[in-house]
Design a protein around this ligand. Sequence first.
Ligand code: TXA
Ligand code: MG
Length: 322
Amino acid sequence: MAEVLDLTEDLPRSALERAKSLLEAGELVAFPTETVYGLGADAKNPRAVAKIFEAKGRPQNNPLIVHVAAAEGARLISRFDDRAEALTARFWPGPLTLVLEKRDTIPDIVTAGGSTVAVRAPDHRVAQALLQVFDGPIAAPSANRTTSISPTRAQHVEEELGEFIPLILDGGPATVGLESTVLDLSGSEPMILRPGAIVRSSLERVLGTEVQEKAGTSSTPKSPGLVGRHYSPKTRVELCSKGAVIPSGAVVLVREGESVDVGPNVTVRTLPEDAEGYGRELYDALRWADHQSATAIFITEPPSTEIWTAIRDRLRRAAHAL
Ligand code: TXA
Ligand code: MG
């Protein structure tokens, strides 16, 4: 079973050294980021990276995100252009992943044999301290089994991967709660492959050009990980309008201030009204809902404004499970 180190109050050097020595030995370490918890391995060690795929049950054709402390580290593993410089100066550390041409420093297994690498500098004190102590790139997908919900708390990681990994760093609940925006800069047109907290208009303002957004649930996604099932609970998810009639035996997630017409034996969980608060709690709420032995999970449709884009995307994927 995984050892869980509580780093919510302080960050002792001994904890970081323990994590560092495991990474150096080619072992996996789960760590918190501001988006979701990551399952980390030394990005330069193909055997260590192979353990990530094994622990997650992840298909080998789905490339991983490489984490660095700052742009300086990213330039060593990818080819930065002016667009990458401008975006990272504005948004790093933060929930923005860039897909760029890779350098030979990164082994093929990380990028699933592709010529591009996804890089990100996380904005979390534990992730930053770990990256600085380890002093090298850390490959880390979300620390969940493939097809399950990304973990936003150490306990989520423990439930799902505890038996497969030696160490989980507990840095408290993730403050963003949804995976990073993935922006592909490897082509001539910047393209959002996965929406996240950094929205399209913010990227366009920095780039001074239009940014394309990939349609939600393509059957041949450019990011193989971006299929519907990825964000799904096991219980059927259905989106509904506020005021909808919720059948007996279901659970329903509503936004603060909304009401639904509930049948007998329906459990209601209320999520914050604002996108930031809602995003932070969504995955915990989905996990909770999935544990209720309910007949279905109903979720009221979120607003259609830009800040809700990532939430709408994840809810649609959950509802359109393959
Ligand atoms: O917020 C996040 O991004 C979290 C934290 C831990 O940093 N990580 C995360 O990783 O969500 P993962 O592996 O669960 O999702 C990464 C997504 C996948 O859909 C993958 O297919 C895509 O990014 N991706 C990775 N490398 C890529 C590449 N070279 N080209 C296109 N897509 C890529
Ligand atoms: Mg994931």
